[in-house]
Write a protein that binds this ligand. Structure first.
Ligand code: NAP
Length: 286
C-alpha cells in the first residue's frame, strides 16, 4: 500500500495497548480488500481522552476501536449509541458518520459468531460462564438474548457476578445462578457449554486453569476466550478428555470483521475473502 493524501486513518485507543493484535488484523484486512487505509494503536493517558476525541473530530477520523479502560468512559464523548452498546453500557467500535461519532459494541456478537460458524445451536443450552468482567458482561447478555436456557455465573468476586446477574435480568427471564470458581452448588452434569471469560490462562496466569473439568457430562463444549496462548491449560485439559473446544482467536477476528463491517458497510462477497486473515494471525500468537 502507498500512503498518500487520500489514505484513511483508523486506530485503537486504550491503555495499555502493547502487544495488541488489532493493527495486524485490521491492516491485513485493508490489504485483502485493497483499501487505501491504515490502522494504528495509540496508548492514551486517562486525562487525555477528551483531547484525543477532539483531535479525532478535527481530523475527521473514519473510525476507531476502544479497549480497556475506556469502553465505558468513551460514551460521554459520543453523539449516539447502537442498541447493543446502550444495553452493554460499553463501546468497542466507533464510526464517524457524517461528522457524528456513533458507538457500537461487537464483543457479544463476535463471541457468538464462532459458535454459529461451527454449527453450534445455543438454544435451550445450560451455560457455565466463568468471569464477570467486561467480556463476560457482553457474553452473558448476548447469550441471554439468544435463547439459552440457563446461565451459571462463576466469579472470584461475588459482587461483580451479582451485578451481571442483575443486568441480564433487566432484559431476560432465563434462569441465572451466581456461584464462585469452586462450583460447589453447580450441577455439573447439567452444563452443556463452559465459557472461560476470566483472565486466568492468559499471561501472566498462563500456568493456571480457572476450574477443574472433573464431573461434567461426557461432551460439554469448552470455549476459552483467552487467545494468548491459543491453547490454555483449560483447553489442554478439555482436549485430553475429548471435549469439543474453541479458543479466543476466532472471537478476536470476528470482532475485527464486525468493526470493519460497521466502518465500510462490507457485503458478503468482501467477507468471504477475509477467511485468509485467521491463518496469518495464528502464526503470531502461538
Ligand atoms: P476484566 O474486565 O478485567 O475481567 C477479568 C475477569 O477475570 C474478572 O471476572 C476477574 O474476576 C477474573 N480474574 C482475573 N484474575 C483472576 C484471578 N487471579 N483469579 C480469579 N479470577 C480472576 O477483563 P475482560 O475484558 O473481561 O477480559 C477477560 C479475558 O478475556 C482476558 O484474558 C482477555 O484477554 C480475554 N478477552 C478475549 C477477547 C477475544 O476477542 N478473544 C475479547 C475480550 C477479552 P474479579 O471480578 O473477581 O476481579
Amino acid at each position: 500500500m502507498n500512503i498518500n493524501w487520500d489514505t484513511k486513518l483508523y486506530c485503537l485507543i486504550g491503555n495499555p495497548i502493547d502487544k495488541s493484535l488489532s493493527p495486524l488484523i485490521h491492516n491485513e484486512i485493508f490489504k485483502i480488500l485493497y483499501k487505501n487505509s491504515i490502522y494504528l494503536a495509540f496508548n492514551i493517558e486517562d486525562n487525555k481522552l477528551k483531547d484525543t476525541i477532539d483531535w479525532f473530530k478535527a481530523i475527521n477520523i473514519q473510525g476507531f476501536n476502544v479497549t480497556i479502560p475506556y469502553k465505558k468512559t468513551i460514551i460521554e464523548y459520543l453523539d449516539d449509541l447502537s442498541p447493543e452498546a446502550k444495553m452493554l453500557e460499553a463501546v468497542n467500535t466507533v464510526k464517524n458518520q457524517d461528522g457524528k461519532l456513533i458507538g457500537y459494541n461487537t464483543d457479544g456478537q463476535g463471541f457468538l459468531q464462532t459458535l454459529i460458524d461451527n454449527g453450534i445451536d445455543i438454544k435451550d443450552k445450560n451455560v457455565l460462564l466463568l468471569g464477570a468482567g467486561g467480556a463476560a458482561y457482553a457474553i452473558g447478555i448476548t447469550l441471554s438474548l439468544n435463547g439459552v436456557n440457563s446461565i451459571y455465573i462463576a466469579n472470584r468476586s461475588r459482587e461483580k457476578a451479582i451485578s451481571l446477574e442483575r443486568q441480564i435480568k433487566k432484559n431476560s427471564s432465563i434462569f441465572i445462578q451466581v456461584t464462585d470458581l469452586s462450583l460447589e452448588n453447580v450441577d455439573k452434569k447439567d452444563i452443556d457449554i463452559i465459557i472461560n471469560a476470566t483472565s486466568i490462562g492468559m499471561y501472566p496466569l498462563e500456568n493456571m486453569s480457572p476450574i477443574e473439568l472433573n464431573g461434567f457430562k461426557e461432551n460439554p463444549i469448552v470455549y476459552d476466550i483467552v487467545y494468548k496462548p491459543m491453547e490454555t491449560k483449560l483447553i489442554q485439559d478439555a482436549k485430553s478428555r475429548g471435549f469439543k473446544t474453541f479458543n479466543g482467536i476466532s472471537m478476536l477476528l470476528d470482532q475485527a470483521i464486525l468493526s470493519q463491517k460497521i466502518w465500510l458497510n462490507l457485503e458478503k462477497k468482501h467477507l468471504e475473502k477475509l477467511g485468509k486473515v485467521e491463518g496469518i494471525l495464528a502464526g503470531y500468537v502461538e
